[in-house]
Design a protein. Sequence first.
Length: 298
Amino acid sequence: PLSFSAAELVRAAPGPLQPYLRLMRLHQPAGTWLLYLPCTWSIGLAAQPGCLPDAQMLSLFGVGAVLMRGAGCTINDMWDRDFDKKVARTANRPLAAGDISTFQSFVFLGGQLSLALCVLLCLNYYSIVLGAASLSLVITYPLMKRITYWPQLVLGLTFNWGALLGWSAIKGSCEWSVCLPLYLAGVMWTLVYDTIYAHQDKRDDIIVGVKSTALQFKEDTKQWLSGFSLAMLLSLCVAGMNCDQTFPYYSAVAAIGAHLAHQIYTLDIDKPEDCWKKFASNRTVGVLLFIGIVLGNL
């Protein structure tokens, strides 16, 4: 039967191209959504009252999210190729499995970053500088698991840069009273979903010798996740108040709170398949907020 899932599309691609598409994680689009959605929040909040978000800018940031997520995964796999060989879930990644050489991945990374630069150059000067500033986070994030139990915090700082960039792309600069709380909300959200994600690999991480918030929090994970969720909701309320959002926005925030509460309550940190399911469900959180922003503006 005909299927349009990302995984099926990658499998249908020409054989020599498939390792590069898997290196970008095009077959696992959840991460791309989690990178893209904070951009949509910011673009939506920056729209004029009564107006829809800028469709051209949403499209441009969508392309940028695919490219930068792909570049981030390529950098991650270049750093971690020796670790990945020792972990069952990652042993078949193209670099770890030997499907692509380090040199080939380096050239491919250059191509992705060049295309991403072309996207960035479509924005205003302020946004170009702001976007370029995130590259240091993209490059250094994969190293954090070697030196700190909080690599998920650095991922949050990296993945939610779009919460700043989307606003500046529309307005020409950041309104910090809105952008900072929105950015903080995104960072707290990342700490929730990526801690859940990290629980899939905690046994292998101990053997390999890398760190994560899953190993830091252990059996206290649900209490920490609850705290991060509360901080996210409060930050979203502050951002909404500072840009005069309306009832649909706060209804979406309430729905997000209910989703996160259910997610944390039913989470089984010792079942990798449940951790993956809960992690992937966070796309719903991002989409709910975007819908609330759009309806709130209208």
